[in-house]
Design a protein around this ligand. Structure first.
Ligand SMILES: [Zn+2]
Length: 369
């Protein structure tokens, strides 16, 4: 076992799984991790393909090897619960705080040997291999748990794990962009109901980040300023869409939100990515993160399906122009009503918002905690 002290009193211990993957335990209470993975050794799945959609110059990952992955297993067969005498799971120990390991059916994986993206030559662009990393982060060993039900201590340990993964994945030569996210609810395509977060580390800059980078570059060229900083300044000035604030963070429904319930949480001292967050900003994250996720569930008094994603600057490009922020979008617009990405959104990328963001912010603020 290899151990390492991280910030906020978190210790990381690495162990090898039976198929050669690494499981990293992030602990805050001095736990010693030594449980062995007793499962049979399994073949690692193959690597997928990257194909260019030349009409928009966007990469599409072909990951057909993932079709056979487990789909919504019952609790007794949950691979993300700790191991018991009845079931050997992905986590060999009988309990955990936070664990991180490579996804068993990754869409992106480490390439063999030297790797480069193919040159873009329209429809003649070669296919590439889908290089990258897909990691699973389990942040509670309670199967029926939820992010909003964590303690502040647990959220801080999770934040240290996100920071650690960002630092480490940034060192890989084939990684260009790192996106930690959580899908919650079957409505957004969750295939394992045990609450968990994931990290996609891409070997290219994803389309939306490319677009954000280009907007930030244009703005910087014409004003000399950083676009995201001015966006936050505007939200503070307007005030009516702000839903929570503390000394280090601000949460707001953005001026041009696309979903009825969309919340952005940004540090007040801007940074490029999680690895740059100060100890003070880290310590102030759990309380506001829990507050806004509780407000979200409080709006209709039901568990809201959501996607919560960390936007970070790419690993090598635009470090001074793109800023860290956490974006939560819910597909629910009312009890019994979901937002589907239909004709306008899916085909044209033209969003129609069903509620004024000011009204959505007011509903979120009104929630009694
Ligand atoms: Zn479970």
């Amino acid at each position: 076992m290899k151990s390492q002290n991280l910030g906020s009193g978190v210790v990381r211990s690495d162990l090898e799984m039976s198929d050669g993957r690494t499981i990293r335990y992030y602990d805050s209470k001095g736990q010693v991790r030594s449980a062995k993975d007793l499962r049979e050794k399994e073949e690692q799945p193959g690597i997928g393909e990257l194909r260019l959609d030349p009409l928009v110059n966007e990469w599409v990952v072909m990951a057909s090897h993932r079709q056979s992955r487990v789909f919504l297993p019952p609790k007794e067969l949950c691979p993300l619960c700790p191991t018991t005498s009845e079931l050997l799971t992905e986590i060999p120990d009988s309990n955990y705080e936070v664990v991180v390991f490579d996804n068993r059916s990754p869409a992106l994986r480490a390439p063999i040997g030297d790797w480069a993206l193919p040159d873009l030559v329209g429809p003649d662009t070669d296919a590439g291999t889908a290089a990258g990393k897909c990691e699973v982060i389990c942040f509670t060993d309670s199967h029926g748990g939820s992010f909003k039900d964590l303690s502040e201590r647990q959220v801080l340990t999770l934040l240290e794990a996100w920071k650690d993964r960002t630092r480490e994945l940034s060192k890989l030569p084939y990684i260009e962009h790192i996106a930690p996210f959580e899908n919650r609810g079957e409505e957004v395509g969750v295939t394992l109901s045990h609450p968990h977060s994931q990290i996609y580390a891409y070997s290219y800059i994803p389309a939306r980040v490319e677009k954000m980078l280009s907007a930030a570059q244009d703005y910087n060229l014409s004003t000399g300023k950083v676009l995201f900083d001015d966006v936050v300044a505007r939200e503070i000035r307007d005030g009516e869409r702000v839903i929570a604030k503390n000394e280090h963070w601000i949460a707001f429904v953005p001026y041009a939100a696309r979903y009825s319930f969309e919340i952005h949480l940004a540090p007040l001292t801007p940074v490029a990515d999680l690895s740059e967050l100060s100890d003070e900003a880290s310590a102030a994250f759990p309380s506001i993160a829990l507050e806004i996720t509780r407000r979200l569930d409080g709006v209709f008094g039901i568990e809201m399906a959501y996607i919560a994603t960390w936007h970070q600057a790419p690993v090598r490009e635009g470090r001074d122009l793109l800023r860290l922020h956490w974006q939560i979008t819910s597909v629910r617009r009312a009890p019994g009503k979901l937002k589907y990405l239909a004709g306008s959104e899916s085909s044209m990328g033209a969003f129609i918002m069903d509620l004024r963001p000011e009204q959505s912010a007011e509903q979120l603020r009104q929630v009694k905690l």
